[in-house]
Design a protein around this ligand. Structure first.
Ligand code: HEC
Length: 120
């Protein structure tokens, strides 16, 4: 027996290290999937194609109600506010409760949404 007794250990070590690399690359792929990376573009496209009603459902009903009847925020159905005032409020927010949507909803969509609200 003049074989080097370290060789089996070295083999196991090399295999183990290889496996580690393999798993961490797989992990990176999974992470991308989990965080939804690369889906950002799809999302902005969704907003661009969404109707005012859909945008309202996604962004506003939690505070202003399913039917604009109000909740945390004031009722918007039959509001006496004009289109411009609504546009300004949605863009810049109001008080401490109403968030600003500039950057979240594109400007032209906010304009459509404001018009839609005055029609409810
Ligand atoms: C986190 C809760 C919340 C969300 C989400 C929210 N709002 Fe508001 N909103 C409020 C609150 C609270 C007020 C009252 C602010 C004040 O008067 O100080 C308000 C006020 C307003 C007003 C002015 C109403 C008035 O009579 O003065 C408009 C218009 C409005 N919101 C539209 C929207 C639209 C459109 C969206 C979705 C894009 C939206 N809000 C999303 C909470 C919210």
């Amino acid at each position: 027996m003049n074989r080097n007794p370290l060789i089996p250990f070295a083999l196991v070590a090399v295999l183990g290290i290889g496996l580690m690399f393999l798993l961490s690359f797989k992990g990176l792929g999974d992470m991308k999937e989990l965080t939804g990376e690369g889906k950002e573009e799809e999302k902005t496209e969704d907003v661009a194609n969404a109707s005012p009603e859909e945008i309202f459902k996604q962004n506003c009903t939690s505070c202003h109600g399913q039917n604009l009847e109000g909740g945390v925020g004031p009722a918007l159905a039959g509001t006496s506010l004009g289109e411009d005032k609504i546009k300004e409020t949605v863009t810049n927010g109001k008080g401490s409760g109403m968030p600003a949507f500039q950057g979240t909803i594109p400007d032209d969509k906010i304009a459509e949404l404001a018009k839609w609200i005055t029609e409810q």
